[in-house]
Design a protein around this ligand. Structure first.
Ligand code: KG4
Ligand code: ZN
Length: 354
């Protein structure tokens, strides 16, 4: 392996996507295969851990074989194997971590475990130009919403995060309230795009204390519920709503979707602006499923234009869970000489931060 070159096989199984990728030099995506399990969890309106683990077991080998075949790479050419070891559903994580360790061991190649959430921030480095550090990093996914100060790809300091729901979780719950299919974030985004003009429903934008870089999305979620179904009443010890989602006409539905999206995106962009102002960083990295949201992308682009920032937004397919982003983190760890022992295992949470 040449000083800055690497060929890495990455395996991802932290939640409901079984994925594998081959990435060269920490930036060139040679293959990126994702098998989603959404159809298995749809009827439960959330990820069922046991179903996820079983589906990973069934799918992981074909997914890894396809990633190698599409990249036209033989296993003997690999420099290292990586997997997201944290955070995630423990049974799901174990499938990818065990396979990555087994492949690395059988080939006598280095194994590197990386953090799934931190890797989301590095997805913007794939198939893009070099990054100028320091940067502010915004992760917005189904499980996490955090801001980081970054001195380099592996040097992160958390500035703030959600104190309740992640933004993606809030999008999914609001979409359910509107009767949209699971997972609802992309459907709500689609519906909101159809709204013409300024969103008309007044929903709270939670900004916490002025100096805080934390987020809160439970208030806007409750306000959305009451806007759709009316303020609930207690009748015989039960909570009763006077209206249901089916009482909404199409104009009201699109307006509610646009209003909800605008409130969440406004909180995200305002706190991101505050993080930039606090750190003085000239680069903004963003990642995680919600960064596929069209309004958030437009607002981050506008913010970057206004403040003269270099913005690294991943392609939409690299915002949602994938393995290629893990290979970016692993590449930088490999370059600085890191190797993980095979005793490293899956962990449900990130290292003492979230
Ligand atoms: O990063 P990700 O694939 O998985 C986690 O690590 O959580 O993020 C999935 C989340 C889901 O909540 C999904 O609804 C949301 O990202 N999402 C979106 C959009 N696309 C995906 N939310 C809003 N607008 C979108 N276009
Ligand atoms: Zn994720």
């Amino acid at each position: 392996m040449n000083a800055s070159r690497s060929l890495i096989l990455a395996i991802e199984s932290s939640c409901d996507e079984t994925a594998a990728a081959v990435v060269a030099d920490g930036c060139r995506t040679l293959s990126n295969v994702v098998a989603t399990q959404h159809e298995l969890h749809r009827e439960y309106r959330g990820v069922v851990p046991e179903i996820a683990s079983r589906a990973h077991l069934e799918r992981i080998l074909p997914v890894v074989r396809r990633a190698l075949a599409e990249a036209e790479v033989g296993v003997d050419q690999l420099d290292a194997v990586t997997a997201g070891t944290r955070p995630g559903l423990i049974g799901a994580l174990l499938v990818g971590v065990s396979l990555a360790k087994a492949v690395a061991w059988s080939l006598s190649k280095p194994f590197l475990g990386v953090d799934h959430v931190e890797s989301h921030l590095l997805a913007g480095l794939l198939d893009a130009g070099a990054v100028t550090w320091p940067a502010v990093g915004l992760v917005v996914s189904g499980g996490h919403t955090s801001l980081y100060s970054m001195q380099g790809p592996l040097e992160l300091e958390r500035l703030g995060s959600t104190i309740d729901d992640a933004a993606g979780e809030a999008f999914d719950k609001a979409a359910t309230m509107l009767g949209l299919p699971y997972p609802g974030g992309p459907h709500l985004d689609e519906l909101a795009e159809q709204h013409v003009g300024t969103p008309g429903v007044s929903l709270p934008i939670s900004l916490m204390k002025k100096a805080s870089l934390d987020f809160s999305f439970s208030g806007v979620k409750t306000a959305m519920l009451y806007s759709i179904r009316g303020t609930p009443r207690r009748v015989d010890g039960k909570t009763v709503f006077d209206r249901s989602e089916s009482d909404l006409d199409e104009t009201a539905r699109t307006d509610l979707a646009a209003s909800f999206r605008a409130a969440v995106v406004s909180a995200l962009t305002r706190k991101t602006r505050a993080a930039i102002e606090r750190t003085g960083a000239g680069t903004l990295l963003a990642g995680g499923g919600v960064v596929a949201n069209r309004l958030l992308r437009r607002e981050l682009e506008a913010l970057a234009g206004e403040l003269g920032l270099k913005l690294h937004l991943p392609r939409t397919d690299l915002c949602v869970d994938n393995a290629a982003m893990l290979a970016v983190a692993a590449h930088h760890r490999l370059l600085r000489g890191d190797r993980d022992p095979l005793s490293v295992t899956a962990r449900p949470t990130s290292r003492g931060r979230r």
